[in-house]
Design a protein around this ligand. Structure first.
Ligand SMILES: [Zn+2]
Length: 300
């Protein structure tokens, strides 16, 4: 199961209501951070997340509202005695940025850093999940991300097990784990005799700072939760396009096209003190839409 925590749901500049872009996603013991706007490490603390569990930070692009918290967070973890390697991934230019910081700030980290520049494909092969990225349509190279759980075993059919003469007990768990067991009458029972067809894994997608585009729809295809750029309302659709962003209604159209279960609007412009009109515009297109707020948690 994925646990997603919105650390920053704002756009461009931090306000008292919304920090700049940052989303933490936990899958079992692994934590991943997507974008790291200014102040993300404080939001991380407010959300009571553990620095030691952070496996990788994925930066969508090199604009400040997605990046300005990165160096501070990396330094804090170093001062805290982190030892495991940290992966930092993002579009081309990330290595130059981090090298410049190292040269001019003299940053020395106590742990190994692995910088991964990408324009698409798999970024992480985790235990039970994977993270992929693709280039969106913003202007500067900008990545969208998807997290996909591995295929899950089919549902356990208790009636079939009972018919085969296997009483409830630890053997049920062994069969669910793919093991063959022996029934009390000595007959062998294989997992496929008591499990339904394999079920696809759950999926999340995170696409911000983009105009509506096919790459975002592809990343979100079939997702349980799609976290999407909604910087503007329909009133400023022209400005959204000119600045490489999207509107709430456009996010909803992509959610519809991608066949997602739920849409979460984020990267909300500070001009929308009351974001309810944006939510209404999106829901008119795609009903299962919510508005992100800082420190909101979603389980998928
Ligand atoms: Zn942004």
């Amino acid at each position: 199961m994925f646990r997603l925590v919105i650390l920053g749901s704002g756009a461009s500049l931090p306000t008292l209501q919304r920090h700049c872009a940052a989303v933490a996603v936990q899958f079992e013991g692994d934590l991943h951070l997507f974008d790291c706007g200014e102040g993300t490490q404080l939001q991380w603390r407010r959300a009571a997340l553990r620095f030691g569990r952070l496996r990788a930070i994925h930066i969508s692009h090199l604009h400040g509202d997605h990046l300005n918290g990165l160096v501070g967070l990396m330094q804090t973890m170093s001062l805290g005695g982190r030892e495991p390697e940290l992966q930092v991934s993002g579009p081309p230019g990330l290595k130059d940025f981090l090298e410049a910081i190292r040269r001019f700030q003299g940053v020395r980290l106590a742990y190994p850093l692995r910088v991964v520049e990408s324009t698409g494909g798999m970024l992480v092969r985790g235990s039970g999940y994977r993270i992929d990225c693709a280039l969106l349509d913003h202007g500067p190279a900008t990545l969208g991300f998807s997290l996909t759980e591995d295929e899950r075993p089919g549902r356990f059919d208790v009636q079939s097990a009972e018919k085969l003469g296997l009483p409830a007990g630890p053997d049920y768990g062994r069969l669910q784990n793919g093991e063959t067991v022996i029934a009390p009458d000595g007959k062998e029972i294989r997992p496929e005799q008591v499990l339904g067809p394999p079920r696809p894994g759950r999926k999340l997608a995170y696409c911000v700072d983009t105009r509506p585009c096919e790459a975002a729809v592809d990343l979100a295809r079939g997702a349980c939760l799609f976290v999407c750029d909604s910087t503007f309302g329909t009133d400023l659709e022209h400005e959204a396009g000119a600045r490489g962003h999207g509107t709430a209604a456009q996010a909803a159209s992509m959610a519809l096209e991608a066949g997602v279960e739920r849409l979460l609007l984020t990267h909300i412009s500070a001009r929308y003190h009351d974001p309810r009109p944006l939510l209404a515009e999106a829901r008119a297109v795609f009903a299962a839409t919510e508005m992100a707020t800082d420190l909101m948690e979603v389980l998928v």
